[in-house]
Design a binder for this molecule. Structure first.
Ligand code: SAM
Length: 684
């Protein structure tokens, strides 16, 4: 595959595995790859083989039993297949690890199984049933990229769909034990290449172990050249020998040579974290940290969902660029993540609905833009599909008058109720207070509160939307307030309903409890939170432009579609200059300006100086009007950074979200005067 212009593999559907359910030598059906002419596992003794080769080969029972670290134990694998190895590792972890221990599984897969095949293959193992169900329920669409699944309260699985060597080169995280699986080197020589072993070595923790079923020369040579020591140990069943070994001194991660400013900081104490701001971004981080066993104080000057996340109903949707770019990748990953995360958080769907979203091709340019998007992004129809005006009308339940992009995995959410639910996560203590100042101490952070009291925490996350750059440490981050007002209409009884969220310039979700919401306005540089009649007019006009036939039907049914018939709510959201959220560590802007001043003269001369950050200070903001798609993934990203876990996005996308990216860009463009001098600092 050729890389897209942003250096990442194409944003496209992957080929799924073609299975051939042949009877094996025991006379029973077992999954076999029709493409590689090799088995996924032996039905007769596949479990015992997995346990011998991968679990015992990495000494997992004893290592799990002795695992005392706060960070999770990380297993990396090179061919997920049916997931049998990983489910067995999870069962082994549950059998041996102490109560507070956590397990993080990272696995690559170039030809994902179809969901039906996965379920059928795993049904062979009755004692793995509940684990298999958790996997099958969250099984992602076959889209290249990272897909994070919460398998259980203490077990996370990151599926990196794509070629093993390519995906490991993009992985931001390090591994304690490797399962070197994949079809036999003779059947799948393309996988067992030096690049794979090098990428494994570079993503290993010191002392990381590996185990593999094969003893092929190409594997021994590749492992040795990459720095792994290997030895032959007894193989399973008829296989006399297999390989196991370790790497004591993994090579340095050289990917940071071109971007030393993004070098991560060493892990810090993380018993107690203060999260400032209880919207989706902050409440999401608080819940993600509490689920990892941390004590979290969630602070907000009002309450959960009081700001831009306080609407009764909002659309979970994205608008992807016609040409692939990092921002679109982040949003698509975010949409798919939100969908999985909501399914797990609220299986009964009281907080959300995956009803799907139609993005209508209205206006002069949008039809051509959508056509370009579809031509360049062969994504599965479960993710996005181009539909005719007739199909759109059928799916929406009303005449749309235009073709559309249909996102069946998207839908709507109750952001206000969601914030409350997240704030109630066990381990999160909500406190109503305004944080006025942050002071770094030797151990962590000292927070000064508006009521004159103080609070100490090991680490702090700032998630206060447009107010996030009000602190001395964040004042260099350019942020813009964006006012948004939604309008709500009480529907008369028996009015026709919508089957999908319908978007064009704004959005209209299906009615909730008899109220139809539509909006929202988008007024940059406006921090006014009052409801304006003129914004109702703007919302009505956009609604009538988007769904004229539906508006006519509502009028017919007696709905009062005038400003006096409407209620509304206005919120202030935040946007960055490039419209990508900020999610990551807070850079020490003064130190960056000094260290990287030379970039203004020559942007190609990169000094070998790691970026200084305000240690233990993090930010998640600038989610604009798509926070339902971006904030939950950013919450996982921050929780993973704080807890020293593998990250749920490819490294270039982690960099794309880095709060320091604008500082570097400005330095490279010679704009290194202070942010306040440019008037783009505080948003007041
Ligand atoms: N570990 C699996 C399990 O527990 O079921 C069995 C793995 S199966 C023998 C080999 C897997 O490697 C297949 O799913 C195949 O699609 C995958 N694979 C083959 N070549 C690959 C590559 N270059 N990158 C990633 N995965 C690959």
């Amino acid at each position: 595959m050729t890389a897209a212009p942003d250096g990442l593999p194409p944003l496209a559907a992957l080929e799924t595995a073609r299975l051939d359910w042949r009877r094996d030598d025991t006379g029973e059906e077992a999954p076999r790859s029709a493409d590689f002419d090799d088995v996924y596992f032996s039905r007769h003794d596949g479990r015992a083989e997995t346990e011998h080769v991968f679990l015992d080969g990495n000494r997992l029972p004893e290592r799990f039993a002795g695992w005392q670290e706060r960070r999770p134990f990380v297993i990396g694998e090179t061919g997920f297949g049916t997931g049998l190895n990983m489910l067995c590792a999870w069962a082994c972890f549950d059998a041996h690890a102490a109560a507070g221990a956590r397990l993080h599984l990272v696995s690559t897969e170039k030809f994902p199984l179809r969901r039906e095949d996965l379920a059928r293959a795993l049904a062979i193992w009755p004692d793995l049933v509940s684990r298999a169900e958790a996997l099958v329920a969250q099984w992602p669409e076959p889209v290249a990229g990272v897909h994070r699944l919460g398998l259980g309260p203490r077990v996370t699985l990151d599926l990196h769909f794509g070629d093993a060597a390519e995906r490991l080169a993009l992985l931001d995280g390090r591994v304690d034990a490797w399962f070197l699986d994949g079809f036999a080197p003779s059947k799948n020589p393309a996988m067992w290449q030096p690049e794979l072993f090098d990428a494994m070595a570079a993503r290993s923790r010191p002392g990381a172990t590996f185990a593999t079923f094969t003893c092929a020369g190409v594997v021994k040579r590749g492992l040795k050249a990459a720095g792994f020591a290997w030895r032959k140990v007894p193989g399973f069943g008829r296989k006399r020998e297999m390989l196991a070994g370790e790497i004591d001194a993994p090579p340095e991660d050289r990917r940071r040579t071109a971007t030393p400013w993004f070098t991560p900081l060493p892990a810090r104490p993380m018993q107690h974290v203060a999260v400032i701001g209880a919207g989706i971004a902050g409440a999401g981080v608080a819940a993600a940290l509490a689920e990892r066993g941390l004590a979290v104080t969630l602070l907000d000057r009002e309450g959960p969902g009081a700001g831009g996340s306080g609407n009764a109903q909002g659309a979970l949707y994205v608008k992807l660029a016609a040409e692939t770019n990092p921002q679109s990748r982040v949003y698509l990953a975010g949409l798919l993540h939100s969908r999985r995360w909501l399914s797990r958080l609220d299986p009964g769907q009281s907080l959300w609905s995956p009803c799907g979203v139609l993005q209508l091709a209205l206006g002069e340019k949008e039809p051509a833009r959508q056509a370009r998007f579809l031509a360049r992004h062969p994504l599965p129809s479960g993710v996005v599909e181009g539909v005719s005006a007739g199909q759109a009308a059928e799916r929406a339940g009303v005449e749309t008058g235009a073709p559309a992009l249909d996102y069946p995995a998207a839908g709507w959410v109750r952001p206000d109720a969601l914030c409350w639910r997240l704030a109630e996560t066990p381990g999160v203590a909500f406190r109503q207070a305004e944080v006025t100042r942050l002071e770094a101490t030797r151990e962590g952070w000292h927070l000064l509160l508006g009521d004159g009291t103080t609070l100490d925490a090991d680490q702090v996350v700032i998630a206060t939307a447009a107010l996030a750059n009000r602190f001395a440490q964040t004042s260099a981050l350019p942020l813009q307030p964006v006012r948004g007002q939604v309008s709500r209409l009480r529907l008369p009884r028996d009015t026709p309903g919508l089957g999908r969220v319908v978007c064009a310039g704004g959005y209209v979700p299906p009615a909730l409890s008899g109220w139809l919401t539509f909006g929202a306005t988008f007024s940059p540089n406006d921090a006014d939170g009052e409801v304006h009649e003129s914004d109702h007019d703007a919302n009505l006009a956009e609604f009538a432009r988007t769904l004229p036939a539906y508006v006519a039907a509502l009028r017919e049914a007696g709905a009062d579609l005038t400003r006096s018939g409407l209620e509304g709510r206005a919120g202030v959201r935040a946007a960055s200059p490039d419209k990508t959220p900020y999610a990551g560590p807070v850079p020490d802007a003064e130190a960056w300006r000094e260290a990287y001043a030379g970039l203004a003269r020559d942007a190609t001369r990169i000094p070998d100086i790691p970026g200084r950050h305000h240690a233990g200070l993090w930010i998640s903001t600038a989610h604009g009007s798509r926070g339902l798609a971006s904030a939950p993934l950013c919450a996982e990203l921050l929780a993973s950074m704080i807890c020293d876990e593998p990250l749920p996005l490819e490294q270039p996308l982690v960099d794309h979200l880095h709060p320091g990216r604008r500082l570097i860009r400005d330095l490279m463009q010679g704009k290194h005067e202070s942010a306040s001098a440019r008037g783009v600092g505080n948003s007041s």
